[in-house]
Ligand binder design. Structure first.
Ligand SMILES: [Zn+2]
Length: 374
C-alpha cells in the first residue's frame, strides 16, 4: 500500500490511548528500546509499537524524559508506509520519518514523537531534557568503558616499564641519526621514496631521441631506473622530534590515580565519582593507552629502520654516486655503523641488542566507540 493510496479511515491515524501500556513508573530498560528499534526497522511504523500511546499528553504536561533518539523509519520502507503520525502535533496525519522516544513518568506512558516536535512543543524545557539524555548516554558509555577496562591499568603500567629502557635507547639513536642526516636530506630521501613507490631508486641518465609533431628530431636526457632498494621502517624518517619516551611519560601521567588495588575498591571508587569524574577517568585511560601505542609505533619504526640488513641497504643506496643524497655510512667488523655527512662529524650508530628486543604487546582495551545505550 503506497502512502498516496491510503484509505480514508486508517487505524494508524486515529487516537488510541493504550491504557494497558501505561505501566512505566520506572525508566524502561534498554531491552525495551532495542525492541522498539527492531520493530521500527522491520515495519517502518513505530506508531504501531505495542507500548506507544497514540494520544496527546495531558494539558500543561511537563516535557517528557527523553529515553531514546535516532529512531528512524528505514529508507527502504518509506515509500510504502509513508510518514508516521505524531501524538504531539499530528495524531491523525503523517508527520515524521525521524523520531525519538519520550517517557511521561507521571502518566507511566511512552510515546514515539517526531524528532523535532518536542522542541516545538516545549521549547527550552525540552532542550534541557535532550541535553540530560545526551549527558546520561555519555556517562553510561564512560562507566561501561571503565568497568570493561580498569583491570588493564596494571598491565599498562607494566608495559610502560618494560618499554622504557628500549624507548630511551632508540630515541637517542634516532636523535643521533638526525644530527648527521639533515632535515633537507631527509626530505630528499622521502621524495625519492614517494616517486618510486616506497623504494629507493638509483637512476642512470640516458639519452633518447624525440620526434615532435613537425617532424623535428631532438635529444633529451631522461632518468632510467637501474636499481631499486627496499627500505623498512620508513616511518622513522617522518618521526623527526617525536620521542617514544615522552609518549610513555604522558601515559604514566594519565594512569595516575587509576590503579587501585582490587576490583571492589575500583567499583567503590566509581560509585564515589560524579559524572565529570567518570568522564575524566575514562578519558585518562584512553589517553594513556593511545600514548603507549604511539610509543610502540615510534620504537617499532626505529627498530625496523636501524636493523642491520636495512641500514646496510640504506647505506648502499646513500653512498652510491647516483643517489640524490650522499651519505657515508660504513659498517665495521663488529657490526657497528659509522654515519657521516660531508659537512658533519662522524657519528657512530652501533648495531645493538636494543634493536632486536621484541616490544611487549600493548594490552587490549574494549573500546565501543558508540556503546548503544539509547
Ligand atoms: Zn510532532
Amino acid at each position: 500500500m503506497s502512502a498516496k493510496s491510503r484509505p480514508l479511515f486508517d487505524p494508524r491515524f486515529s487516537e488510541r490511548d493504550n491504557p494497558e501500556a501505561k505501566i512505566w513508573d520506572v525508566k524502561p530498560p534498554q531491552s525495551l528500546i532495542d525492541d522498539l528499534r527492531a520493530f521500527t526497522v522491520k515495519t517502518g511504523t513505530p506508531d504501531l509499537w505495542r507500548f506507544h500511546c497514540h494520544s496527546k499528553p495531558p494539558e500543561n504536561s511537563p516535557p517528557p524524559r527523553v529515553i531514546a533518539t535516532n529512531i528512524d523509519i528505514p529508507e527502504s520502507l518509506r515509500a510504502s508506509v509513508g510518514k508516521a503520525p505524531c501524538p504531539l502535533c499530528s495524531l491523525r496525519g503523517p508527520r515524521y520519518f525521524y523520531a525519538m522516544l519520550g517517557w511521561w513518568p507521571d502518566e507511566k506512558a511512552l510515546r514515539v514523537i517526531g524528532h523535532e516536535c518536542g522542541h516545538k512543543f516545549w521549547g527550552v524545557g525540552f532542550d534541557v531534557e535532550t541535553r540530560r539524555f545526551e549527558l546520561e548516554k555519555d556517562d553510561d558509555a564512560n562507566l561501561g568503558f571503565l568497568i570493561d577496562n580498569f583491570r588493564q591499568v596494571a598491565p599498562m603500567r607494566k608495559t610502560i616499564e618494560q618499554i622504557q629502557p628500549t624507548a630511551r635507547f632508540l630515541d637517542r639513536l634516532r636523535r643521533r641519526f638526525f644530527s648527521v642526516v639533515s632535515k633537507k636530506n631527509i626530505q630528499t630521501i622521502n621524495r625519492s621514496l614517494d616517486s618510486n613507490f616506497g623504494r629507493l631508486g638509483l637512476y642512470d641518465e640516458i639519452t633518447t631521441t624525440f620526434t615532435d609533431s613537425r617532424g623535428n628530431e631532438s635529444r633529451k636526457q631522461i632518468p632510467s631506473l637501474v636499481e631499486d632498494i627496499h627500505l623498512n621502517g620508513r616511518q622513522m624518517l617522518a618521526i623527526g622530534n617525536d620521542s617514544a619516551d615522552i609518549h610513555l611519560y604522558r601515559a604514566e601521567q594519565n594512569l595516575k590515580g587509576l590503579d587501585l588495588p582490587s576490583d571492589d575498591s575500583f567499583i567503590d571508587e566509581l560509585g564515589r565519582l560524579d559524572m565529570d569524574g567518570r568522564k575524566h577517568a575514562a578519558d585518562n585511560l584512553k589517553e594513556a593507552w593511545k600514548a603507549i601505542k604511539e610509543a610502540v609505533e615510534v620504537c617499532t619504526a626505529t627498530q625496523e629502520f636501524f636493523a642491520s640488513e636495512n641500514l646496510r641497504a640504506f647505506a648502499r643506496w646513500a653512498s652510491d654516486h647516483r643517489a640524490p643524497v650522499q651519505l657515508r655510512i660504513r659498517e665495521d667488523r663488529l657490526g657497528r655503523f659509522d654515519a657521516a655527512h660531508r659537512t658533519h662529524s662522524m657519528q657512530i650508530i652501533p648495531g645493538s641488542p636494543e634493536l632486536k628486543i621484541a616490544l611487549p604487546r600493548v594490552p587490549i582495551l574494549v573500546w565501543k566507540e558508540s556503546r548503544r545505550v539509547t
